[in-house]
Design a protein around this ligand. Structure first.
Ligand SMILES: NC(=O)c1ccc[n+]([C@@H]2O[C@H](COP(=O)([O-])OP(=O)(O)OC[C@H]3O[C@@H](n4cnc5c(N)ncnc54)[C@H](OP(=O)(O)O)[C@@H]3O)[C@@H](O)[C@H]2O)c1
Length: 275
């Protein structure tokens, strides 16, 4: 399966990846294994998901060379300073049984986050070859700009919620000119956005599914990746095939015109999104 590669000065990331939350244990190992076998080459995990061992087991089992797989992990927000962040990341590597990850992210900006301290730790992790690229997640645009302005670590990515009902244009206005990848999480809106009549109509016209249309809209954007999660092989294959779907300008405009105010992931520790 031919998935475009987003190439920046920091990394080369397959635009369509496989999300692993909330998969766990043998279930997660099997799902990552089938995803890799059918052509996914980008796997997204995190310390908080409690599935790094399972992801590591799937990587150990697959015949696909490690160098062909792009692996992301994230350190949870309760490590707000450099030493705690580094120690947690090393534990992630141990659970993954990996000498390195391709991308390491700050999972959420906590109110206690000492940004210069964590960025300094990330820069060192990168220099040490333990993460080939580093970045952030759930950073609103003001905080992302602050992280970039500090110039301590080369930020390669901001992973945030984005789908046909949450456009994130304010963030794209920062990431695209800066050559940073915006990775869309919850790209299918947890399945909900797929019920929208506009999605269904466009899907019918292309002999595709609403999920494929939702993913193709994201992937049509410059420097945007998406990491849908699906437990079963049928939906895994359906989502992967979205990388081949080309929507017309009219389709893209019709989706872009839909309201963009629906956020599914908004925990009480979330930052002020509009900043
Ligand atoms: N950085 C962060 O803070 C953060 C937050 C949330 C998520 N993430 C990452 O992003 C990944 C994806 O986000 P998500 O799991 O929240 O949401 P999602 O991928 O948008 O949606 C997953 C849901 O949609 C269903 N689904 C999958 N493919 C489908 C299809 N083709 N048609 C209809 N339904 C389909 C899945 O069901 P089945 O599995 O039963 O098929 C599951 O219930 C996560 O796994 C995680 O890796 C990161």
């Amino acid at each position: 399966m031919n998935v475009p590669i987003l190439t920046t000065k920091h990394m080369a990331m397959p635009a369509l990846g496989f999300g692993t939350w909330p998969l766990k244990g043998a279930d997660c190992e099997e799902a990552v294994g089938t995803a890799l076998a059918m052509g996914y080459r980008h796997i997204d995990t995190a310390e908080m998901y409690g599935n790094e061992e399972a992801v590591g087991a799937a990587l150990a089992q697959t015949p696909i060379p490690r160098g062909e797989i792009f692996l992301t992990t994230k350190v949870w927000w309760d490590k707000p300073n450099g030493p705690a962040f580094r120690a947690a990341f090393e534990e992630s590597l141990t659970r993954l049984k990996q000498p390195y990850v391709n991308l390491l992210l700050i999972h959420w900006p906590s109110p206690e986050l000492d940004l210069p301290s964590v960025l300094t730790a990330m820069a060192k992790i990168r220099q040490d070859g333990l993460a080939h690229a580093v970045g952030v997640a759930n950073f609103p645009s003001a905080l992302l700009k602050q992280a970039l302005a500090l110039g301590i670590a080369p930020i390669a990515c901001n992973q945030v919620e984005q789908h046909v009902m949450l456009g994130q244009q304010k963030l794209l206005d920062v990431t695209q000119p800066a050559g940073i990848v915006l990775t869309s999480y919850t790209p299918l809106g947890r399945g909900e956005v797929l019920e929208h009549p506009v999605m269904k109509r466009i899907a019918e016209e292309h002999d595709a599914t609403p999920g494929q249309v939702a993913l193709a809209w994201l992937l049509s954007k410059e420097l945007v990746a998406a990491i849908p999660k699906a437990r079963g092989t049928e939906r895994q294959a359906e989502n992967l095939a979205a990388a081949q779907l080309k929507l017309s300008e009219t389709d893209l405009e019709a989706i872009s015109a839909l309201p963009k105010d629906k956020r599914f992931v908004n925990p009480d520790f979330a930052p002020a999104w509009d900043s």
